[in-house]
Design a protein around this ligand. Structure first.
Ligand SMILES: [Zn+2]
Length: 486
């Protein structure tokens, strides 16, 4: 058996993926033997390959490749052995169903959408399907689909002043375990509302948004054509490639060293520009509107919880690592830094101070449906832990004279964010949130036309401070004017 040495890939800089040869073929899972499989995997990932996690002690690395990528590996004498060629997931499912008739298998896109609407009919007081593409006027996906999410909250039809929680799944099309987990969360929250005190309190206190499939075009492609498909289905001019890796297309760290590949034929292609994709634009509009306090992004597969990222400095990294460990414990998942930037969690965290984490669920992309349901039970307490996690400091920022909400920036004094992360209050109600490590912090609230306001807060484990901030304008009108007298 031929083994590939790490030396053989020393010229990975030359391992260019020839976009010109790319055709809309199905993807292929290949395996390369190597005594240093982890090092090989790391180098291939850095070269833009879609590398599967390598278990400790494993002497081979597996990669999902397009025809062009396969040719590139062969040219470099890496001896890739074909394990399986992608095929319609429906075919795979049909073959399995003939052996094990019950339970029914994974829902396809139409069945997932039907389930969302069924939940809305069954629980109209607390559930509402929202067409986000329509709501925000963002473009439909390349194949013309809208992006949808289910809002779960008491008095769901109203705009309540509540912190928002987002659970999003299937940015990566083939990770079909993740919508199963999202649907389980919906099932649990709706059926236990009014029955279970904890669930009832959370649905009352938060507006919870669940988006089971963020890459509907890719998800359909998995079921109809290629069960290995990961990206969206945008076709680039000529034969440059198909699809953008949606979890590398977000603006924060889009072009950082651990951002996605710059080659369209790569399975981790970050796109021609930051937020080039309709799906990303819709998430950005959604995030700007809701300013999620907490975000759970579901992926597969590694049974690992990911936080921050491995290439851009974050001043609260130790805090985020400890938080991840706490949240991962109920699912008995390991924790690790997120491999990359340009992802969903990085965006929400950097723009809105969201407490955002990524779950790499299960240990394979497409286990049996029974295993996917079991994984949903395993992950649920971990997701619930994030939903229950107290917000360290929150409140409203308003004009001291008029009482109107003020959109202010919020900065912990003396803490540097060299990569430009921001936080602040939203304009609709002036609501803000901040998740902070234990200790004493001075928070500065600043807005144009106002004196900066400072507040000192002592954060302890589990503390949940609610502090309203009154902003004093630079130009205080004479008292008579304030009362509206002539
Ligand atoms: Zn993923």
């Amino acid at each position: 058996m031929k083994r590939t040495s790490v030396l053989a890939v020393g010229l990975l800089a030359c391992l260019a993926i020839a976009g010109g040869a790319y055709a809309d073929g199905t993807l292929t899972l290949v395996r390369m033997e190597s005594l240093q499989a982890s090092a090989l995997a790391r180098q291939l990932a850095e070269a833009g390959f879609d590398v599967l996690p390598v278990a400790e002690g494993q002497n081979a690395c597996e990669v999902i490749v397009s025809d062009a990528e396969l040719a590139a590996l062969r040219r470099r004498d890496l001896n890739p052995q074909v394990v399986r060629v992608g095929r319609p997931f429906r075919e795979i499912q049909a073959a399995e169903l003939s052996i094990q008739a019950v339970p029914a298998g994974y829902p396809d896109l139409a069945q997932i959408l039907a389930q969302l609407h069924a939940v809305q009919s069954d629980f109209p007081e607390i559930c509402r399907v929202v067409n986000l593409t329509e709501t925000y006027g963002t473009p439909s996906t390349f194949e013309g689909r809208p992006l949808l999410a289910l809002k779960i909250s008491d008095r769901v039809a109203e705009e309540e002043d509540e912190p928002a929680f987002l659970l999003v799944a299937a940015h990566h099309a083939r990770e079909i375990v993740t919508p199963v987990i999202a649907l389980h969360v919906i099932e649990h929250l709706t059926q236990r509302y009014g029955v279970d005190l904890t669930i009832t309190a959370l649905v009352d206190e938060y507006e919870i948004w669940v988006a089971p499939v963020w890459n509907p075009d890719g998800y359909e492609h998995v079921f109809r054509t290629d069960n290995f498909w990961r990206k969206n289905r945008r076709m680039f001019e000529g034969s440059a490639g198909i699809g953008v890796d949606l979890n590398r297309n977000y603006p924060f760290g889009w072009d950082a060293v651990c951002g996605g590949s710059t080659t369209a034929a790569s399975e981790t292609y970050r796109g021609p520009s930051a937020a080039s994709e309709a799906e990303t634009q819709t998430m950005i509009a959604f995030g700007r509107d809701r300013r999620f306090a907490k975000v759970a992004d579901l992926h597969s597969a590694a049974r690992e919880m990911r936080y921050a990222n491995r290439c851009l400095f974050h001043p609260f990294l130790a805090f985020l690592a400890a938080e991840a460990a706490c949240l991962a414990a109920p699912a008995q998942y390991a924790t690790a830094l997120s491999c990359c930037t340009g992802g969903d969690i990085h965006f929400h965290m950097a723009e809105y101070g969201s407490h955002a984490f990524l779950w790499e669920t299960h240990s394979s992309f497409q286990p049996s449906y029974v295993c996917a349901r079991t994984e949903a039970l395993r992950v649920f307490p971990s997701l619930l832990a994030l939903l229950q996690r107290p917000i360290s400091v929150s409140g409203q920022v308003t004009d001291a004279l008029t009482g109107k909400p003020v959109a202010a920036t919020l900065t912990p004094v003396g803490v540097a964010f060299p990569n430009g992360e921001t936080n602040g209050s939203e304009a609709r109600r002036g609501r803000y949130h901040a998740f902070l490590p234990d200790g004493t912090h001075t928070l500065a609230f600043a807005a144009d036309g106002y004196f900066t306001q400072f507040c000192v807060v002592n954060v302890t484990p589990g503390s949940r401070h609610v502090i309203d901030i009154r902003m004093i304008p630079h130009d205080i009108p004479p008292e008579g004017d304030r009362k509206g007298s002539p």
